[in-house]
Design a protein around this ligand. Structure first.
Ligand SMILES: C[S@@+](CC[C@H](N)C(=O)[O-])C[C@H]1O[C@@H](n2cnc3c(N)ncnc32)[C@H](O)[C@@H]1O
Length: 256
């Protein structure tokens, strides 16, 4: 009998971000696979457990914890290192599905935010399903991404009227502000790439958005960059890890 896998977007930070479709999906799951990313990120799995306790109306489910393969820090070839990481994750997911999920049962991965955004779970499960080695079917349940949460907390729109916007990474922003868009959303920025960008730009920055630890700062980039950098360092020391993103928007005086 076919095993069913649900990839459920749980929203980025606030348990209230869960959709009705996600609650429905949670209630169909027999086994939740939780990837352990180390002590500093325990809060993320604590939120996953809290969501299950709060929204599942029975006790016929269990958690399977597994140590997550680790990302290389500052690899020479970023893309190759992510491909290696995903290959390791694929092996792990296959083992979990094979050993921990009985035929005919439903397993789930609870993805932070939305599964379509800078997350490889859909890609990995798609590859496993396509390999033909296992009889599995899978579905994806969307969630509120950190991008939507950030825009809502700052009470802004992501695009300016009739303009394009781009979602990108700190690594890409370090190559320069893209010249064909009015605004960018920057995620996965370990190195404060906003420091290297010049021109008339407004920034809307947020850390741990949607959680009780949320911090927000907005203003002209040149005026608030130091303050953001100070808050980032402080938050990283206090929490052991940092989860932040920002919107950079061209101001009226931008000439690039
Ligand atoms: C691996 S990506 C996952 C994104 C996720 N799938 C989503 O929909 O938001 C992780 C990055 O998302 C951003 N992020 C996720 N949650 C966040 C939050 N609550 N506050 C601020 N940024 C967040 C950060 O830029 C972080 O480096």
């Amino acid at each position: 009998m076919v095993k069913r896998i649900l990839i459920i977007g749980i929203g980025a930070g606030n348990p209230d971000y869960i959709t009705i479709q996600a609650i429905d999906a949670l209630n169909r799951v027999d086994v939740f696979f939780l990837l352990d990313k180390g002590a500093s990120k325990e809060k993320l799995n604590a939120l996953r457990r809290e969501i299950c306790e709060r929204f599942i109306e029975h006790h016929n489910y269990r958690f399977v914890d597994a140590a997550s393969p680790e990302k290389a820090s500052s690899p020479a070839d970023y893309r190759a290192s992510i491909e290696d990481l995903n290959a390791e994750k694929r092996d792990l997911f296959e083992r979990l599905i094979e050993r921990e999920l009985e035929d005919g049962k439903c397993g789930a991965f609870l993805v932070w935010g939305d599964p379509s955004l800078y997350d490889s779970t859909v890609r990995i499960i798609g590859a496993i399903a396509g390999s033909g080695r296992h009889a599995i079917e899978f579905d994806v349940i969307p969630g509120i991404s950190s991008v939507q949460a950030l825009a809502a907390q700052h009470k802004i729109t992501l695009n300016q009227i009739g303009e394009a916007m781009e979602i990108t990474t700190g690594r890409k922003l370090a190559e320069g502000f893209p010249n064909n868009v009015g605004s960018v959303v920057v995620m996965l920025d370990a190195d404060a790439a906003f420091r290297g960008v010049r021109g008339d730009l407004d920034i809307f920055w947020g850390a741990y958005v949607g959680t009780p630890d949320q911090i927000l700062v907005s203003g002209k980039l040149g005026e608030v960059a130091d303050e953001i950098e100070r808050l980032r360092t402080e938050a990283r020391t206090r929490h052991g890890w940092l989860m932040d993103s920002y919107v950079l928007r061209k101001g009226a005086g931008a000439d690039f």
